[in-house]
Design a protein around this ligand. Structure first.
Ligand code: HEM
Length: 281
């Protein structure tokens, strides 16, 4: 018997085809809202790519925040297995965001120039979610609150985040609760400030890395954090390289020096002692 090349009607095997009064895929996911949010301001063909690339990044960041906050709570409650799973997921989210740069890189300087002026002063620099991710992780530059002053609820949300211990603060507290001493001044530090690299904390991680069988769970935590920061650093690197490829050394629409600012951000260490300790092992 030959297979006939006729359109197949899935209703024959029971697929629901009528959604009058029933929740459909589009209803559940609010697809009309999402697909109504691409509003190019120019007639340039590539502006759609630019918009969707940012919007999809924001959606993945939304999930990253959801996972990071839950992971931090889990660490606080000594609930390590779910925390590990969530941290692994966040690393994969950033892997996904890293691959996404390949799509954006297909846009040339000539194509971007066609619509860059329409962006005005807007820039990813003002992304509230990106700032929230940085604040949760512990990169707590209070100066970055300012671009949100005109939206009090967002400013408040970010300010509230600064009052919470960062993910790394919780990791260090957990270390201390599990028999690896961390100095009191680190455990009780003003969490609104940036964590400063400490040789005592480095030595605490060294103890973990030198006896992995005794401290297996803490060792696993350390490697989950390093793994995540590794992907996060790659995101920053991919961003600055894409930016250089597309705008060279022009100033950013947000007003910074552009590539020079982004290169500076490559030096940020989220979990500094976890990187420094490697020299000692
Ligand atoms: C043509 C593509 C892009 C260009 C030319 C570009 C350019 C820049 C520049 C120059 C800055 C520095 C701030 C400024 O003065 O504007 C910046 C910051 C930033 N951009 Fe992009 N960007 C691009 C794509 C993206 C995408 C797809 C995202 C994803 C959300 C993104 C997110 C960010 C974030 C979060 C910052 C702040 C980084 C920080 O403060 O460390 N950018 N971008």
């Amino acid at each position: 018997m030959t297979n006939e090349n006729k359109p197949y009607d899935p209703a024959k095997e029971g697929a629901q085809m009528s959604f009058d009064g029933r929740m459909s895929y589009g209803d559940y996911l609010q697809i009309d809202k999402i697909l109504d949010a691409q509003k190019p301001l120019s007639t340039a063909h590539d502006e759609m790519l630019f918009i969707i690339q940012h919007q999809t990044s924001e959606l993945w960041m939304r999930l990253a925040i959801h996972e990071l906050i839950a992971a931090r709570n889990a660490l606080r409650n000594d609930d390590l297995a779910p925390a590990f799973k969530m941290l692994a997921r966040v690393a994969r989210i950033f892997e996904q965001l890293n691959s996404a740069w390949d799509v954006l890189r297909t846009m040339t300087p000539s194509e971007y120039t066609e619509f860059r002026n329409t962006l005005g002063q807007s820039s990813g620099f003002q992304s509230q979610q990106y700032r929230q991710v940085e604040y949760i992780l512990g990169n707590r530059n209070k100066a970055m609150l300012k671009p949100h002053a005109h939206k009090p609820h967002i400013h408040q949300l970010l300010d509230d985040e600064l009052n919470q211990p960062s993910l790394y603060d919780e990791a260090l507290r957990l270390l201390n609760r599990n028999g690896v001493d961390v100095p009191n001044e680190i455990l009780t530090r003003d969490v609104r400030e940036q964590h400063q690299p400490s040789s005592d904390v480095e030595n605490a991680w060294k103890i973990v890395y030198q006896d992995t069988s005794k401290y297996w769970t803490l060792y696993e935590l350390a490697e989950k954090l390093v793994d995540f920061e590794d992907y996060f650093r790659r995101w920053r690197f991919n961003h600055v390289t894409t930016v250089e490829r597309i705008i060279g050394f022009k100033r950013g629409t947000g007003g910074t020096g552009g590539v020079s600012y982004l290169r500076r951000m490559l030096e940020v260490e989220l979990f500094p002692e976890l990187w420094h300790v490697r020299t000692q092992l």
